[in-house]
Ligand binder design. Structure first.
Ligand SMILES: NC(=O)c1ccc[n+]([C@@H]2O[C@H](COP(=O)([O-])OP(=O)(O)OC[C@H]3O[C@@H](n4cnc5c(N)ncnc54)[C@H](OP(=O)(O)O)[C@@H]3O)[C@@H](O)[C@H]2O)c1
Length: 279
């Protein structure tokens, strides 16, 4: 059965299909190599949590009851439009240990076909941001012939730097200390010719790309659930933001009874990207 959403904004309010909703945004055409289109997608609870800490394991996770097939389908439609995705060392460790599923590739046949028909490579390049440089690579990256770059800071451990260089992986030094910073990272990816960059990393990377005015669009799914939890993560990690934290609503969709007994908003916000002289 075709699932529908209600579009509340922009008006007029109307029913729209979920399937193909984000694919229609044609994100792969919105950027240029000089000025790539950088986008991110997060799922948040009504009380602002994107993950909660597991008291037993001490690690954070996204509670299963806030996730839906609709949200994941839209996440993958965004993935399908990227020529490059940004993930991080923490995800590669979780993937290696089987704690998280593999989202490094577009698997859905229709989406793979869509990439082909729209002039994109079968799979996006993968950027792994890491300060520790201590993570395993996943075999699927080689199986799908994906370009892999490792982004880190100039003061990263020299032994770890050599380790990756000896294996033939290019490193992008995009920060003065151990960390990767948004502006030099996007500048380096622009230099590599990427035009549609999808940030699938966590709050630390979102923080630096927003703070350094590198994000073009934020997709935010907000489940109408209060989830509580004493230890939790929210969208950002750093100090208070100024005007760079001001977003403009471009679209708001409502899905009723999803997850069952609740509902969710799918929101899309525009941000003003830096031209390079104003940060
Ligand atoms: N609800 C959602 O939409 C959503 C989205 C994303 C994540 N989450 C959840 O939120 C929780 C925390 O997120 P997370 O663990 O993905 O991300 P995170 O805490 O922001 O970062 C985790 C790792 O990424 C690397 N990293 C991040 N920023 C970096 C930077 N600027 N420079 C260099 N390395 C950097 C570091 O790896 P190294 O240790 O290798 O240096 C770091 O340990 C998790 O439970 C996750 O599942 C939820």
């Amino acid at each position: 059965m075709q699932k529908n959403l209600l579009r509340f904004y922009p008006d007029p309010c109307e029913k729209v299909s979920i399937k193909g909703l984000y694919l229609a945004h044609q994100l792969h055409k919105l950027g240029t190599a000089e000025s790539p289109f950088v986008y991110a997608n997060f799922l948040s609870s009504l009380d602002g949590r994107i993950a909660v800490e597991d008291a037993v394991q001490g690690a954070t996770h996204i509670p299963k009851h806030i996730t839906t097939a609709s949200d994941f389908g839209l996440f993958m439609e965004l993935h399908a439009q990227a020529d490059c995705i940004i993930t991080h060392g923490g995800y590669m460790r979780a993937l290696g240990e089987g704690r998280l599923g593999n989202i490094l590739q577009v698997r859905d046949k229709e989406l793979v076909e869509w990439r082909k028909n729209n002039g994109l490579k079968p799979q996006p390049a993968v950027i792994i941001a890491s300060a520790s440089l201590d993570f395993p690579l996943h075999s699927s990256l080689q199986e799908h012939a994906q370009a892999v770059y490792i982004a880190t800071g100039r003061n990263a451990d020299p032994d770890r730097i050599r380790y990756w260089q000896d294996l033939g992986y290019p490193l992008l030094f995009t920060g003065e200390d151990l960390m990767v910073y948004g502006a030099p990272l996007i500048d380096a990816l622009s230099g590599l010719g990427y035009k549609a960059i999808y940030l699938i990393a966590g709050p630390q990377m979102l923080d630096t790309v927003v703070r350094e005015k590198q994000l073009s669009r934020l997709y935010l799914s907000m489940t109408h659930q209060l989830i509580g939890g004493k230890d939790f993560r929210t969208l950002l990690t750093g100090a208070m933001l100024g005007p760079e934290g001001n977003l403009i609503l471009d679209a708001l969709y409502y899905e009723q009874d999803s997850p069952p007994g609740s509902g969710q908003f799918f929101m899309q916000f525009g941000l003003e990207r830096s031209t390079g002289t104003d940060i």
